[in-house]
Design a protein around this ligand. Sequence first.
Ligand SMILES: [Zn+2]
Length: 794
Amino acid sequence: MGVPPPTRAADRALTRPRRRTLAALAALAALLAVGGTVAYDLDTPDPAPADAPADEFSAGRAYQNVQAIATRPHPAGSPANDQVRAHVESVLRGLGLETTVQDTVAEEAGQLSGAAAGATLARVRNVVARLSGTDPTGKVFLVAHYDSVQSGPGGNDDAAGTSTILEVARALTAGPRPRNDVVFVLTDAEEACLCGASAFAADHPLAADGGVVLNLEARGSTGPVIMFETSRDNARLVDVFGRAAPHPVGTSFAVEIYRALPNDTDFTAFLDRAGFVGLNSAYIDGGAIYHTPLDTPAAMDRASLQQHGDNALGLAREFGRADLKDLGAGHDATYFPVPGGLARYPGWLVLPLALAALAAVLALGWLARRRGRTTYGRLAAGFGLALVPVVAAPLGAQLLWAGITAVRPGYAELLDPYRPTWYRLAVVALAAAILVAWYALTRRRVGPAALAIGGLGWLAVLGVVLAVLVPGGAYLTTLPALAGAAAGLVALASRIDGPWPVVAVTLAGAVAVVILLPPVVLLFPALGMAMGGIAALVAVLLGLAALPVLDLLHPEAGGQRGMVAARARRAGALPAVAAGLAAVVFAGVGLAVDRFDAAHPVPTHLMYALDAGTGQARWLSRETAPQPWTAGYVDGVTGVGDFPGLGDTELRTGPAQAANLPAPRLEILADTRSGEQRILRVRLTPQRPVRLATLHVDGATVVESATVNGRRVAGGRPADGADWGFGVVFHAPPPEGIEITLVLAGVSRPTMLRAMDASDGLDGIPGFRPRPPTVGVVGSHSSEMLAVARTYPV
Ligand SMILES: [Zn+2]
C-alpha cells in the first residue's frame, strides 16, 4: 500500500508528545483501577470467627464440622461413612430438627457411568432434616453429599457443602421461622453414581412436589464460589441470586460451558425430575487436590467456605420468604459479575443486542471512511488481519502447555498444577505478546482505525454467532463491541484534539475489562491449564476491544512518520519482545516453583485385578504416559474385557502375583423357564469388605429385563463381538449380598455370568511396595482399586 495512511490528523493530534503521554497514562491508570476493582470484587470474604453472631454464617464454626467429617476417606458403604452420617444426624437433631435417614436402593440418575447395557445402583442412606415453615408456598432444599471418594477424605468435596448446610441450619434455627419449608438433604453415594440424590428426588415424600434446590459443591480447595449451573428458564432464580447472595459470582456463560463438559453433581438428579428448579454452586480453584488424599481439612481455604455459607444463608432466607410458585416460569437470563453485584438482562434481548452491536460496528466503519480516517480496502484488511491474534493466541497457549507438559509429564494426570499462578501469567503474557507483535507488524500498513474497527468487527460477529448457538455467552463479545463502536462514533464526532476521543475509548476499554477480565480469571481454574487456550482467547478478545487504548500507549507500533525507520522498528518491537520474554520467564518460574515434592506429589494410578477362577493377576493403570513408579508395575496396553466391571476396554497392564482373595459368591436361588424366556434368580455376596460388586452376562445373551434388590431395571442387548454384555454395577452392597433376577431371551445353552467386586487399597498385595513420599495418588474413582472376579457358568 503506497498511499500514506489516512490517519494523519489523529496522529498529529495525539503525537504532541506531552499530551499523548498524559492521555495514555490517564487511560492506563483508569483501566488498571477498573481491573483492580474487578479482581477485588471476585475475591473471597474474610472468614468469620467461631464467636460470630448467632444469626450469621461462621466459617470458624463450620470448619469444626469439616474436621469432624473429613478425618479419612468415607465412600458410600464404608464404616467411615457410617460415622460421618452419625455425626451429621446428631448435629441436625441437636438443632431440634425433625431428622430421618432415607435407607434405600437407587439407580443412577441419567445413566452417566453405567455399562452401555445395564444398570448402576447403590444402597444409599440420605440424612434428611426439615425446618417447617409458617405458611409454606413450597420447599427449599439445601443439598450436599456427605460421602467422599475412596482415594481421599473429601476435606473440600464435599465436607465444604455438608458443613455449610449444617451451619446454615444452625443459623436458620437461631432466627425466626421461615415462611416456606426448608429441607436439609445430605446425600450418600454422590461419588459413586449420584444415587443418593436420585433416590431422594425420585422416592422421598418431601420431594414429591418438587421445589427450589440449592446444591453446594467443591471441586478444589480455594477461589471464589461460582454459581455455575441453573435449571432452565432461570431468570427469576438468577434475580433472587443477584439480590440475596452477598457475593454473587456467576455467569450465564458458565452454565453453557458446564452443559458441554462431562461433569455431573447431585443437581443433575434433581433436574432430571419435573418440579425442581435451582442453583448449583462450587468453588473450583486449587483443583490439583481434587479427589486425592490431599483433599484434607487443612487444604481448605476458609474464605471460600465463608462465601459458600454467606451465599447459601442469604439464598435460604430469601427463598424461605418468597412465593415459590412459578419460579421456573419465563426465560433464561444473561448475567455476569460486575463490581458490587450481578448484572442481568432477559434472554430475549440477546439477539437484538448482538445485531445492534454488528450494526454499530458497520456504521463506525462507514463513518470512519467518510471522515477520511480509513478506506474500505483498509477496513477489509483490518478485519482479515484481526483474525490472526484470535487464532494465534489460543494456539500459542496450547503449544506452551504442551511444551511444559513435555518437560513435566506428571501434569498430564492433574486437573491443574499445584501452583498454577505463574503458568496462568505466562499464558496471559503470551497472549499479550502475540497481540502486540501483531499490532506492531500491521499498524503502519493498515492504520489504527481499520485495525480497531476490524477487531470490533470480530467481537460483533462472534456476538451474533454466540447469540444463536450459546446465548448465555453472547454478552462476552456483544457488549464490548457495542461499547467500542459507540466510543468510536463519539471519537469521530468530536474534535480530534479535544479530550473526548480519549475519554470515549477509555470508557469502552473499561467496559471490556469489566466484561472480559472475570472470564479470563475464572476460566483458568474451570478448565485447567490443559485448556489454557480458551483463557488466552478471551484475553486476546479483551485486548482487541481495548485496541485504541493500546494505540495511545504504544504509538511507536509499526513506526511513526518522522522517526528514523530503524529506531522506529526497534521501538515498535520492544513491547512484543518484552511480553514474549515475560511469558518465557513466567513459564520458567512456574517450572521452578511447582516442582513435585512430598507435599505436592506426582500423581500415579494403579489398580490390581485378580481372576480367582484362573489364579491370574495383573497390575492395571489408567496413566497415559506412566510415571517411573507406575512403570515398575505396568508396561504395554492390553485388553481388559475380562473385567467388564471396570468399564474399560484397554488399560496399561503388567503381570502380578496372585493374592489369596475370594471372588464374590454366586448362588442360584431359582432357575425357571416360561416359553422362550429363562428366569434366573441369583444372589451375589462379596466375601470380603468391598465398595462395589458387579455382575455381567455373556455377550451372546439378550437380557430382556432385570430386577436388582426389588428394583426393576432396563434390560439390554450386548454389543457385537464383546465377551460380556448386560451388567449390573452395585455400589455399597449390603453384607447379605444383592439379589438379582435376570429375564433372559431364548437361551438353550449354559449362560456365563462374570462376578466381580472391588475394595480400596493395595497394601498387603504381594509385590506391592508403598509409594515413596514424592509419589502420590491420582484423584479418580478407581485409584488403588483391588478387583477380584470369577466366571460362573449357569
Ligand atoms: Zn467429588
